[in-house]
Structure formats: structure tokens, C-alpha cells
Design a binder for this molecule. Structure first.
Ligand SMILES: Cc1cc2nc3c(=O)[nH]c(=O)nc-3n(C[C@H](O)[C@H](O)[C@H](O)COP(=O)(O)OP(=O)(O)OC[C@H]3O[C@@H](n4cnc5c(N)ncnc54)[C@H](O)[C@@H]3O)c2cc1C
Length: 330
């Protein structure tokens, strides 16, 4: 019986593991792939949106162990590769113990805690923390003709432009993923961006929700030069194979339709209690991250204490709140 089991060896799970370890609390961290697997699955060369320099560090797991102190990272906006090196070094140098390639498949409430199922059997714990991230399950738009259509893919499937050379590509969505894909593809494919509502820009509003990829100005220039076609506020209403119909009534044929429509929150099934969720499907949590099942906590990007929690700098302080609450109750 461990004091704490953490499911997920991403930034949040690693930081919480370090907190527990530094205070001598017995924990087991389970990771279905390798540590930082979500980042390993992202496309090579991706540039982070969050800066990481002394004084403006939105990327490090903790400011006690900053990414910019890692020899070799000399960019204000690190790449996915920089970040993965940092996460690996963070876990190794702090001797954070993670059971890799050990997915947790389910959990159940038992007297005095939880039993967590893995391929290697059940692990008992007093407190269970789910840190499996908010971006593991792609969200597709609910548009007739999208589900099961072989011409439709998700932004998370995109690896490189070379498969799109000279193709007509429609990118659906007005957020970061859609913006970044348009910038990546614009020189290679004939790209049209289609949004539900008018595009908003971080430089104009200062809202994190309005960041449009790692280079807003390039996106704007692509639109201004008409290198990128824009259907702003003209959403797709139906798809028939490659033929797309927009709300305006216009119809166009594309080779590929890429959904930059984000992710939906999902986590392992927990029996013996009910995790209450909010309108967007995130778990309802207390000020210290506890869910409607006593002893079951959420942390990281799955725990929406605040909208900023989609980013590391938004959730890293809240990981400590989860830690202190559990430590106080042990
Ligand atoms: C394209 C993209 C770009 C992004 N750019 C930025 C950025 O620039 N800056 C920023 O701050 N954030 C960015 N984010 C958000 C980023 O994902 C989060 O900030 C951060 O990774 C969340 O950390 P986490 O630990 O909560 O979740 P994750 O990083 O998703 O880690 C969760 C871990 O849990 C594991 N897991 C899942 N299910 C199980 C299971 N059943 N059993 C065991 N293990 C499991 C996963 O393999 C994964 O390793 C980006 C996200 C995407 C998709």
C-alpha cells in the first residue's frame, strides 16, 4: 500500500513526484509510455508558446530547476526537443522514480483508499492523483460527414508538410494548433483556414486564449498576402467525402481536411464513486485539487483551477497545493 499513486509522468506528475520524494512520502508514479510522453508524441521541431528565460519563465516545471539553466538551451522559446531534454534531465537528476510503460487502466474506491489496475496487477494507495493531461484525446467537430471520413485528420496526426505538397488543405479551427499548421503548410500546400468566429490576437487583447501559434505576425502576413485563404466566421456545416459546405452556402473541394479543434478531457475510469464534471467535461475540484470522490485528486492541465492551467506556468503552483493537502492528511 503506497501513500500516493500518481497516474501520469508528464510535467505535473513529475513535479508532484518530486514534492512527495523531497518530503519522504511513499509514492508510485505510473506512466503509460515514457516520461513526457505527450511531448514525445508532438511533431518534431514544435516551438513552445511559453517563454523560458530568467524573469519570464513560463516553461520550467519549477523555478528551482529552470529549463534555461540546462546547458544547451539558449532560445527564449524552447523547442519540443529542448523541453524533452529538460524533462528527462529533471527526472534523472532529481532521481524521480517513474514506472514507465505501465498504463493505469482503471481505479476503484476501496476501504481506506484506492486500488489502481495496471497490466502487472493492482496497486493500493491512500490517495490517488490523476495527472494524465488535458490533451491526450483529440476532439473532432460534430459536423455531418466528419466521423469516419478518410480525408479528415486531426492536427495531432500532422508530422511534416511533405505529404501535402500541392494539395488543397482545409484547416478547421481558430486556435493555436490551427494557426501553427497554417504557417507550417502555407508554402507547400494550398491552404484555407476556416473559423467559427472572428480571429482574435494575443498582441491586441493580451488574452492567453488569443495566442495564435508561435508566430502571430507570420499568420497575419500570410492572410494579408492571400497566401493563406481565410473563411473567417464561416464554419463548415457538412462534409461529403472531399466536398465541404460552409455556412455561407459556398462549397469547395479539398484533398485533406485537418481539424485543429483541440482535445477533450478524459481519464481512467474510477468505480465506487462519481467524479463530477463541469460543462466542458473537466473534473470539478476543490481549491486543493480534490474531486467529488474523497482522496481522489487531479493536477496539471486536467485540473482547471483556472483557465491558465492549460499551460505549465498556470498549473505549476497548484501542484504544490495538491501536495500540501495530501501531506497534511497523511
Ligand atoms: C501542440 C501542443 C502545444 C503545447 N504547447 C505548450 C506550451 O508551449 N507551453 C505550455 O505550457 N503548454 C503547452 N501545451 C500544453 C501542455 O500539454 C501542457 O502544458 C503540459 O504538457 C501538461 O502537463 P500534464 O502533466 O498535465 O499533462 P501531459 O503532459 O499530457 O502528461 C500526462 C502524462 O500522462 C500519461 N498518461 C495518460 N494516461 C495514462 C494512463 N492511463 N496511465 C499512465 N499514464 C498515462 C501520458 O502518457 C503523459 O505522459 C501544448 C499542448 C499541445 C497539444
Amino acid at each position: 500500500m503506497k501513500d500516493v499513486v500518481i497516474v501520469g509522468g508528464g510535467p505535473a506528475g513529475l513535479l508532484l513526484s518530486l514534492c512527495l520524494q523531497e518530503h519522504g512520502i511513499a509514492y508510485r508514479t505510473l506512466e503509460r509510455g515514457k516520461i513526457g510522453q505527450t511531448w514525445r508524441d508532438m511533431r518534431p521541431g514544435l516551438v513552445l508558446l511559453s517563454p523560458a528565460v530568467p524573469g519570464t519563465d513560463w516553461t520550467s516545471l519549477t523555478l528551482h530547476h529552470p529549463i534555461w539553466a540546462l546547458h544547451g538551451v539558449r532560445r527564449p522559446f524552447p523547442t519540443r526537443e529542448d523541453f524533452l531534454c529538460y524533462v528527462d534531465a529533471f527526472a534523472r537528476e532529481n532521481r524521480v522514480a517513474v514506472a514507465e510503460r505501465t498504463p493505469a487502466t482503471a481505479a476503484r474506491v476501496v476501504p481506506g483508499g484506492f486500488a489502481v489496475s495496471t497490466g502487472e496487477g493492482e496497486i493500493g494507495c491512500r490517495f490517488l492523483v490523476v495527472a494524465t493531461g488535458g490533451t491526450t484525446t483529440p476532439r473532432y467537430p460534430e459536423i455531418p460527414g466528419v466521423a469516419g471520413n478518410p480525408c479528415v485528420l486531426h492536427s495531432s496526426d500532422f508530422v511534416n508538410c511533405m505529404a501535402y505538397d500541392g494539395k488543397r488543405v482545409l484547416v478547421i479551427g481558430g486556435g493555436n494548433s490551427a494557426a501553427e499548421l497554417c504557417v507550417e503548410l502555407a508554402g507547400t500546400a494550398l491552404v484555407t483556414l476556416c473559423t467559427r468566429s472572428p480571429l482574435r490576437y494575443f498582441s491586441e487583447t493580451g488574452e492567453l486564449d488569443h495566442i495564435r501559434g508561435s508566430s502571430e505576425s507570420v499568420l497575419k502576413e500570410l492572410i494579408r498576402f492571400r497566401i493563406l485563404g481565410l473563411r473567417e466566421g464561416d464554419p463548415v456545416v457538412s462534409v461529403n467525402d472531399r466536398l465541404v459546405r460552409f455556412r455561407s452556402g459556398a462549397e469547395e473541394t479539398f484533398d485533406w481536411i485537418v481539424c485543429g479543434t483541440g482535445y477533450r478531457p478524459l481519464w481512467l475510469p474510477v468505480s465506487g464513486g462519481t467524479v463530477k464534471t463541469d460543462a466542458e467535461g473537466f473534473p470539478v475540484i476543490s481549491r486543493v485539487g480534490e474531486s467529488s470522490i474523497p482522496g481522489l485528486y487531479f493536477c496539471g492541465s486536467l485540473a482547471m483551477f483556472h483557465r491558465r492551467c492549460a499551460f505549465i506556468h498556470g498549473f505549476r503552483n497548484y501542484v504544490e497545493k495538491v501536495f500540501w493537502d495530501i501531506a497534511d492528511r497523511l
